[in-house]
Design a protein around this ligand. Structure first.
Ligand SMILES: Cc1cc2nc3c(=O)[nH]c(=O)nc-3n(C[C@H](O)[C@H](O)[C@H](O)COP(=O)(O)OP(=O)(O)OC[C@H]3O[C@@H](n4cnc5c(N)ncnc54)[C@H](O)[C@@H]3O)c2cc1C
Length: 376
């Protein structure tokens, strides 16, 4: 018997969905409210690390991921002119037989997990949020935007990096801060030679691609940009094409015209991060995922640490004898791993922006990848 029997999950992103599915498996009744009536993450591709594939395997959706996305081993490194420098190995996560990494379109991964949420028997309400949370010693009362109310043993807040719940319960925490780098992304047809992630290093910007299906891949370009972007959306394809102009690798030159197609869906994101000091619960409300541990994408592990936190929370709720014990064990298992991802990603970002020591960049990358293969 789990230490709680009725839980509300706020937010149906990757972290909230993982927690909801795993809590149902532990026999807990779970309600989930998701503000977006379409329940659909935005359209860019996402890189998924081997440890995240291990987590998806534990949830039971790995086969569906492999069918709708792409999996592979290693990351190929090239110079801007197309000479192969080497490869970053992606060792197998311990205790599993999954590939070293993968890629998928975000809406696909969202749909895979949303199907699993419904199959697990989670009671889902979309286009719905909450208006009030009132904590008591033994329960939490929640008033919802659809006029209903509910009483829960625990609330799991997974409402993302701009979390309303964090602002409400942890007003002392400052919002995430822009760190001076932006990422551009585009969805492009996959040339035959791109079968695993590939990055082009050594130019003013870092460019990379990752297959997301047999026919497509997504491209990401990281750029240091101290000031706000003034250009409007229609100008973005030309901006990205200009950033790629110094890359003479024929693979990239051939891709440039595709940036102007509407389905390239060019996306621009200023990067920010946030690490809220543990503990991540306030009374009977616990915050997980980007609400408390949001990373820049340099280790492709943001979604992964959120999904893992959902899994670990459910495990600890299932085996602890008090709620406090579950929280303590949860924090003991999650804090260091989340801290490592956020701080090491920030260091990688800094080295890239300063055009700093390549050997240090490679060392941090290698150590982080190996660290993440450890069991959760
Ligand atoms: C540019 C960029 C690139 C990235 N690339 C990668 C990558 O390649 N690999 C990787 O692993 N990670 C990547 N990440 C990180 C990853 O996207 C996040 O870590 C992950 O999406 C966090 O999931 P989450 O469920 O915690 O939060 P979110 O995905 O933000 O989900 C929060 C959910 O809560 C809902 N919500 C919000 N407020 C409320 C409310 N009040 N009531 C009800 N519902 C609410 C939202 O609609 C949303 O569905 C990247 C991030 C960025 C910014």
């Amino acid at each position: 018997m789990a230490v709680v029997s009725r839980v509300l999950t706020i937010g149906g992103g990757f972290s909230g969905m993982a927690a909801a599915i795993q809590m149902r498996k532990a026999g807990i009744a779970v309600d989930l409210v998701e503000r977006d009536p379409d329940w659909r993450p935005e359209g860019a591709g996402i890189s998924i690390s081997g440890p995240t594939l291990r987590a998806l395997d534990q949830i039971g959706v790995l086969a569906e991921f492999a069918r709708r996305g792409s999996t592979s081993d290693g990351v190929e490194l090239f110079t801007p002119s197309g000479h192969r420098i080497g490869e970053i190995p992606t060792p197998k996560p311990l205790g599993s037989d999954v590939a070293g990494g993968g890629g998928i379109m975000r809406p696909e991964l969202g749909r895979i997990l949303a199907d699993a949420v419904r199959e697990a028997g989670v009671s889902v309400r979309v286009g719905c949020s909450y208006t009030d949370i009132t904590q008591h010693d033994d329960a939490v009362d929640v008033a919802f935007t659809d006029g209903t109310t509910g009483r829960y043993d625990l609330v799991v807040a997974a409402d993302g990096v701009h979390s309303k719940t964090r602002a409400l319960l942890c007003p002392e925490i400052k919002p995430p801060r822009y760190i001076g780098q932006v990422v551009w992304r585009a969805v492009l047809p996959r040339p035959d030679e791109i079968v695993r992630p590939r990055m082009w290093l050594g130019g003013a910007v870092k460019a990379g691609v990752n297959p997301v299906s047999p026919s497509h891949m997504y491209m990401f370009i990281t750029e240091a940009r101290p000031e706000r972007l003034e250009a409007e959306r229609p100008a973005w394809p030309q901006l990205v094409a200009d950033m790629l102009a110094p890359f003479s690798d024929p693979v990239l030159t051939a891709l440039r015209p595709h940036l102007f197609a509407a389905d390239a869906a060019i996306d621009y994101r200023p990067l920010a991060n946030l690490l809220v000091p543990a503990p991540w619960n306030r009374g009977r409300v616990i915050l997980i995922g980007d609400t408390v541990a949001a990373t820049t994408p340099h280790l492709a592990s943001g979604a992964g640490i959120g999904i893992e936190s959902g899994i670990v929370l459910a495990e600890e709720l299932a085996r602890a004898s008090t709620l406090q014990e579950a929280f303590d064990r949860f924090h003991a298992r999650r804090w260091e791993r989340c801290r490592m991802v956020i701080e090491n990603s920030a260091q990688l970002c800094r080295i890239e922006m300063e055009n700093g020591d390549k050997a240090e960049h490679a060392r941090i990358m290698r150590e982080s990848i190996i660290g993440l293969t450890q069991p959760i």
